[in-house]
Design a protein around this ligand. Structure first.
Ligand code: TRH
Length: 361
């Protein structure tokens, strides 16, 4: 495989997932020896997310500099992340390059069936500054006929080898004997008091990530006493590598969006996904499509329990009702099921290897 020039374009719509996914992609490519530039309109999340050394291997460029400074690499690859729409001047320079760079739109992750149909489709550009070019749609996914998931080399080995107590000590996280660990990374969620009730009774240390999770817990702590057995520790932003370790260290993870959702699967711990809510309600089908796949190997009662919790946490179905308690299915029994789901995913070719294969077509 030739080492190539990659230009990844990322617009941060909100939160951290756009930057998070693009950063992992860039870093993986760079670690495989490719030359990578990341054009991003808000690089601030990279300051806490990136390992400092990795900032030396990926060139981070301001999006606003793209039209004057972008030179298309002949035979390079341009990734337009999440349909971020490249500036016209960039398209014009791509069209002028000979041979033109390969243009790939990296799409959002979904377990829905349209993904297999859409993965790899091409869109010829008939007019405008990109006339004459073709854009390809690359869909990540959970099945063999999709583009797979970001999974850098050595990730699983690193997670499996990690020493939980040592890592917790390094982070200043002090777990009491027999306390279970629960990480909380979510959007604003009115179901939080019910989640706390369902965790209560068993000694539990909740590790609250910055943002709504930490804010909501602080407000609840000020307003009322925590339910019995629960303690809270508020975390700072961690680097992505440490965030992965956090997910591996916890007995239960509450994650959100796209990237933390994928990383929870690599951690192979029981988890609950707070899906990014869409105004048209499209997130309901997206959530269900994932549960249909991921919980298919569970026995019926176990699957029903996890589905009820996931739907309730997302304000969907009967569990959306504030008077309906959320119930946590037994965690030890779920460990094997979440590990089995990961084992299945590990038979897939990872996203970057698939992207590299795409160049050879
Ligand atoms: O932040 P998110 O909700 O991101 C997104 C965006 O909302 C985006 O617009 C939407 O389209 C997408 O979700 C589906 O959740 P996500 O995707 O999990 O991104 C969070 C990133 O932040 C992820 O890369 C992990 C990283 N992170 C750390 O590295 N350290 C931390 O301490 C925390 C809390 C997160």
């Amino acid at each position: 495989m030739d080492l190539r020039d990659w230009d990844v374009f990322c617009r941060v719509i909100d939160n951290y997932g756009d930057a998070g996914v693009c950063w992992r992609l860039c870093r993986d490519l760079a670690r495989r020896g490719h030359r990578v530039r990341l054009w991003i309109d808000d690089a601030r999340p990279l300051h806490w997310m990136a390992e400092p050394d990795d900032l030396d291997i990926v060139r981070v460029m301001a999006w606003s500099d793209a039209p004057p400074r972008f030179e298309a690499h002949p035979s390079g690859i341009v990734i337009e992340a999440f349909g971020c729409e490249l500036p016209d001047a960039v398209k014009a320079r791509m069209a002028a390059a000979s041979p033109a760079p390969l243009w790939i739109n990296l799409e959002y992750l979904s377990a829905e069936s349209y993904v297999e149909r859409s993965h790899g489709l091409r869109s010829p550009q008939w007019q405008g500054p990109a006339a004459g070019l073709e854009k390809f749609f690359f869909y990540p996914g959970f099945t063999r006929r999709t583009g797979g998931l970001l999974r850098e080399r050595g990730l699983i080995e690193t997670l499996e080898a990690s020493d939980r107590d040592h890592w917790l000590g390094q982070q200043g996280i002090t777990r009491q004997a027999d306390e279970r660990l629960v990480s909380l990374f979510c959007y604003d969620n009115p179901a939080l008091p019910r989640l706390l009730q369902c965790l209560a009774g068993t000694p539990t240390l909740i590790l609250a990530c910055p943002g709504p999770a930490s804010r909501m817990l602080s407000a609840l702590q000020t307003a009322t006493a925590m339910p019995p057995g629960l303690r809270v520790q508020h975390l700072p932003f961690l680097t992505q590598d440490n965030f992965d370790q956090l997910l591996r260290a916890c007995d239960l993870n509450l994650v959100r969006g796209e990237d933390s959702f994928v990383r929870a699967q690599w951690a192979a711990r029981p988890f609950v996904w707070h899906i990014y809510p869409q105004e048209d309600g499209a997130h309901d089908a997206k959530l269900q499509a994932f549960m249909d796949k991921a919980f298919a190997g569970m026995e019926t009662r176990q699957s029903a329990g996890w589905q009820a919790l996931w739907r309730g946490w997302n304000g969907l179905g009967p569990g959306a009702d504030a008077s309906t308690p959320l119930l946590l299915p037994p965690l030890p029994a779920a460990e094997a099921a979440f590990r089995d789901w990961r084992s299945g995913l590990l038979t897939q070719v990872d996203l970057v290897t698939q992207l590299l294969g795409f160049l050879e077509r």
